[in-house]
Write a protein that binds this ligand. Structure first.
Ligand SMILES: *Cc1c(COP(=O)(O)O)cnc(C)c1O
Length: 360
């Protein structure tokens, strides 16, 4: 079967070796005689899978011992409520940097449970940059400070992290976790929906500093309490077993490749191929301020709507799929997560060059 180059923003492509391994183990995992999908989450086989997944994630991200790793459900969007319900433990205030739709949603949800403050926003120009942060606007009493490290829709990323002192930094890393090195100890909490860089949809990973666990508001539903999941080893109820298993395969693949530092170099190389072309092209233009460009999501446009539509149509026919940009940005967006091979970006750029010549 012919596989396409899938530039989807999420769920997105998985490394081919991961899919092959899953195929190999589809009917029987190890000596279990059954598929992971058919397995009790309380079985020793599954316990081994979830333990290994956590071990690999800790190793790859160098997660310090005073952090818990939770394998949850509900998507990144559930974290927009779960975070305030658990982290509003003193002042019930939080600082937000609004760099896109997801940050805005997190802000709106948190506003239902406490006092939220917008430190900075790039809404004025459809979020095509990361705003400068003025530390004098940070609330030293805030229970947490919230950012989205990579803005999936708009194609920006924080290249430096704000220094929030004793205020825990909370990061939505859904679209760039595992893509570049981060010092986990700089964060109070990191979370990610798995479907961009970690595995299939259905799994949400939370990495949380231990002292932030155990302060949930009284109204917090049991399933939204980090302490419940931390105490139960993410087995309070049935976790998304198959998604966790695929995540394990993705982490094994990443480790085999050389880990996150090697992945980061490849990601920089991949992004550069496309950005260099956008900078020299007279037809295609990047939409983002250069210094804040994402390594994962690259939005670009042609001079007219007609050309955008024609490009997407012809690209799709050639096997470059899911390139249509988000409706709030228009044009195109190439999501080039870890699993996208360098060759996929090279071929896309070749196609763009050809399109440019043909449509001059
Ligand atoms: C995709 C995405 C989300 C939403 O994730 P769900 O798992 O669908 O809730 C939130 N934040 C960011 C940065 C994303 O890329």
């Amino acid at each position: 079967m012919e596989r396409v180059y899938n530039f989807s923003a999420g769920p997105s492509m998985l490394p081919e070796p991961v899919l092959r391994k899953a195929q190999q183990e589809m009917l029987g995992y190890g000596k279990s005689g059954m598929s992971v999908m058919e397995m009790s989450h309380r079985s020793s086989h599954f316990q081994e899978i979830i333990d290994e997944t956590e071990k690999l994630l800790r190793e790859l991200m160098k997660i310090p011992d005073n952090y818990k790793v939770l394998f949850l459900q509900g998507g990144a969007s559930s974290q927009f409520a779960m975070i305030p319900m658990n982290l509003f433990r003193n002042s019930k205030k939080a600082d937000f940097v609004i760099t896109g739709l997801w940050a805005k949603k997190a802000y709106q949800e948190a506003s239902r449970y406490g006092k939220t403050n917008i430190v900075a926003s790039s809404a004025d120009t459809t979020f095509n940059y990361i705003p400068e942060l003025d530390p004098s606007k940070f609330d030293p009493e805030a229970d947490y400070f919230y950012i989205t490290t990579n803005n999936t829709i708009y194609g920006t990323r924080f290249t430096t992290l704000p220094d929030t002192g004793n205020v825990p930094l909370v990061a939505d890393m859904s679209s760039n976790i595992l893509s570049q090195e981060y010092d986990v100890s700089k964060f109070g909490l990191i979370f990610a929906g798995a479907q961009k860089n970690m595995g299939p949809a259905g799994l949400t990973v939370v990495i949380i500093r231990q002292d932030l666990i155990g302060h949930a508001m009284d109204i917090t539903p049991t399933m939204f309490n980090y302490k419940i999941h931390a105490d139960e080893g993410s087995m309070y109820n049935t976790p998304p077993t198959y998604s966790i298993y695929i995540c394990k395969l993705v982490l094994e693949w990443l480790k085999e490749l050389g880990g996150i530092s090697v992945m980061e170099k490849i990601n920089i190389e991949k992004a550069k191929i496309l950005y260099d072309f956008l900078d020299e092209s007279s037809m295609f233009k990047g939409t983002v301020v250069k210094k804040d460009r994402s390594l994962m999501n690259i939005p670009f446009i042609c001079p007219t709507e007609e050309l955008n539509a024609k490009f997407i149509k012809e690209a799709t026919a050639k096997g470059f799929v899911n390139l249509k940009g988000h409706r709030t940005v228009g044009g195109m967006r190439a999501s080039i997560y870890n699993a996208m091979p360098v060759e996929g970006v090279q071929k896309l750029v070749e196609f763009m060059k050809q399109f440019e010549v043909e449509n001059k």
